[in-house]
Design a protein around this ligand. Sequence first.
Ligand SMILES: [Zn+2]
Ligand SMILES: [Zn+2]
Length: 251
Amino acid sequence: MLHSLVRPRNRSCARVPERPDSKRRRAHGQGYDARVLFRETFPAGAFACNCSVLACDTSKEAIIIDPGGEVDRIRGIVEHHGLSVKAVIHTHAHLDHIYCTRKVVENHGGSICLHKDDLFLYDGIEMQASMFGWQVDSVLPVDRFLEDGDSITFGEQAALTLHTPGHTPGSVCFEVKDGDKHIIFAGDTLFRRSVGRTDLPGGNSKQLLRSIQTSLYTRAPDSLVVPGHGPNTTIEEEAAKNPFVTASRAL
Ligand SMILES: [Zn+2]
Ligand SMILES: [Zn+2]
């Protein structure tokens, strides 16, 4: 079950994940489903990168995807729900997706995870920042290099890594289970009716289209897609309506 989507800043309207003994679940008569997922997604930083905090509802173990900003908001979520951050994971290493990784890890711990093919961007954070006239701290070392098919576990939940190069060489998407549905965190690979740009260092437009067709359009059609920026969509919607890459287009 999904507890929340994009949520206003006012924490007074925050919904707390239901407890195992909640009346509603008991009413279903099927016992407690330990695989219920807690999620908060919100735009973070100057480029409004969609950052997500996911947690296993029973263990309170959590992962954070793409902390591009909102360090205080992340702290508020972690403290309010008593979460233990196991990993900080990245769809890719553009500045807007890694901008606050160091601060978040210093605040909450967790392993820094990234595909190795984006290490040149991660280690080049100062160079990326200088293009905008920004000053940034150096990065902390990557703890785990992600490969296609890797699982990042948090409690009884897991995020599956899908390597989807094209926007950057080390771009990945993460798929998690939400009850009997799936959520795909697509980074800057696939957006609602758009795709990621490929004119930046390491970008490759053919590779991007191939990644979307072979690694994303092949997922469950009703999977919810949470892109790196902008509104959510679904796999079937994009396969039918995305003007840049349709499911039927041969590569
Ligand atoms: Zn990007
Ligand atoms: Zn981005």
